[in-house]
Design a protein around this ligand. Sequence first.
Ligand SMILES: [Zn+2]
Length: 835
Amino acid sequence: MWIFSSCQVANQPDQSYQETVQVNDTLPLESVIATERPIWEGIYRAEETKLFALIHTKLEVSFDWEKKYLHGMATLELSPYFYPQSKLILDAKGFDIHGVSLLSGEQKQPLQYEYDGMELEIMLEREYTRDEKLLVEIAYTAKPYERETGGSRAITSDRGLYFINADGSDPAKPQQIWTQGEPESNSGWFPTIDAPNQRTTQEMYITVDEKFTTLSNGDLIYSQLNEDGTKTDYWKMDKPHAPYLFMMAIGEYAVVKDSWEGIEVSYYVEPAYEQYAKDVFGHTPEMLSFFSKKLDYKYPWSKYSQVIVRDFVSGAMENTTASVFMEAVQVTDRELLDKHWDGIIAHELIHHWFGNLVTCESWSNIPLNEAFANYSEYLWTEHKYGIDEADYEALIELEDYLEEAKTKQVDLIRFYYENKEDMFDNHSYAKGGRILHMLRKYVGDDAFFASLAYYLKTNEYSDVEVHNLRLAFEKVTGEDMNWFFNQWFLASGHPQLTVSHQYENGNLTLTVNQIQDLSTTPLYRLPLYIDVYYGDKKERFAINIEKAHEEFEFDIPHAPSLVVFDAEKQLLGEIHYEKDLETLAFQYRNTEKFLSRYEAITRLADHIQNHVALEVLTEALSDPFWGIRQEAIAALDGYDGEGHEAIVARLAEMSTRDPKSLVRADALATLATYEADRFINQFERGLEDASYAVVGAGIYGYAQTAATDKEERFAKYAKINNANVTIPLADYYVTNSIEGKSDWFVEKIKASRRADLYYLLQYFGQYLMQAPEPVRKEGVKLLDEYATTNDTFYVRLAAFQGLLLLEETEGVQEIIERLKRDEQDERLKELYSNF
Ligand SMILES: [Zn+2]
């Protein structure tokens, strides 16, 4: 599963001029998301005991859209796992059970059962041994909207089965049905043993109205028209997988077909996006080749489909052969100029090895799925877009983890947790991915991928715990790996180091202190490299840090101009190493690793008035990597000291010529903070750019000028549904009190994606403050609707904040009081209590 990390949510949409708008000031989103409950200490979260083994699951389902029910017939084939059994307990959440029978040949024998709304306890007519199989049939109705459900940050709801626009009343939304199983929600729509250490083959008979396309795991064997205008699609999957990976998606889809080595690769998108499906997902066949080769294990499943669904409860989900993606991934070719979705696509794909082929035995071991999925994004980016791009993404992962670590430090593999959803955090993902990177750096590429291949082969179609991974690395490398796994996988925290060096008479002394709290965090063993630059030479040394205080000595003929600690920039941790500005300038100009250059730039950015820093930052505007150019622009934003004319001229050039759209956008937005009228030509060119990010920056910049044709010029952008454009337009309408835009806000809000709504709803609140009363009252209704019913907590929060601005309006006080009273989300309850 792919989740939003705190940074990803907070930064969307990522435009530099976001920082200049005022709407976020009431409540910073970061503080909302960082709120974590204390670590739960209670029951040891063991692997689920296997009393039975699932063998095969056959489901026949149809739907009542009006009631949001699923009518189902489940036939389960099982066998006692080891010990004889006379009772079978299945997970079945919120069902009506119509009957349970034992099938044998043509015979159907009713069985006694008890049902408490969560578990179905079936009394078998006799005891069964592990050499026997039994076939149980359950007739049921699943009522996912009539049971108590929960949710979390990563997965906003746990219904299992979702109806979208079920009554068809929303013209802006297609009608869809889809499912989300992980961690244990699939038992909300079929009876099963809902644990990741079970594995079953699968058949699905899905009956729907003829107009709908269905998707499920495995292959579509046939689609048969029924006399009542419905059709039944028969999907079959021959290879066993865990129950949480079962899926269905139903809707009016365009199916775009691709292929890889003779198997179907397909993309299910809404018809309006059919022409862009290959732009978005088109790297999938190349990724299938890349991962099959890297892992020395060919993609093992019979097809690979990817489907977009509306209002998804998470980012994406790796259901075997049929991954589900949130609608934000469904974009046009123009939108792809600013942001592609390869990372999330690679993430769900590699789960088909790490997660679906080899499955964590319990949620305590979820990093065995998610750390690999997270790291696949690095591997793919490194392969496809180069090492700088990959290292930049790795830096964001590190920052995500360190941000979470401020309020939560837990073992990566943890057997004590409050909710299983808590496992889907920046530890399991971001920290896990970075740990795998360190493991790769330690054993080397050959050993790393050989170990993964061995791990996959020895554990294929079964469930694992972290020691299986360690044993695979030990088997391949011949080295005991307990030290690595103990400190990184089985402990909490991270190294905090102070580093310094001294040089005297040909002798360099490097001093390293581990200053992390050793009562909660290990004393680490850290095999790293240092690079020493002296004269015109660079020399690399290996060091092995093991103690709290260490000194390493090196013979160096001249005083070094730079010592780079952790030369491979692999370490997950915090390093404090004092460097003067000249040294940082040398570091930027002479080192190759992205992180090393980036560190120099970001540290020099604090000294912009110093000529050494200014010179380097100006140089960095021409860095070969766009991420560095962006940082340099951010550092120089607003600089009006000596030499600023040359910088501004360079920014003006970058705003039209830089090959990366996000850099052009940032350059434009920065120009807008100077005398905007001087750069009116740049803004006009920005308005014509292919990239929406640049168009948006053009709108923002042009809006700051004294031009008198702004409204006419901006009119043609009002139709565009992309936050890069809608947010600066909203800003313009609010700032300049442009009348008659309420309908535009309503339309954009209805067409907006989750993260974008966070900003748009607040702008709407601001806009309504100046609107005539009848308009304001209508607007309040819409804000109330979003604040009350939206599935995503920060969208509800944004609508609530919009309402706060309108407190003076009749009836709004009552709405706010009601929202405060009725909100169930702990994070919001805490925030709302401040008002
Ligand atoms: Zn995942």
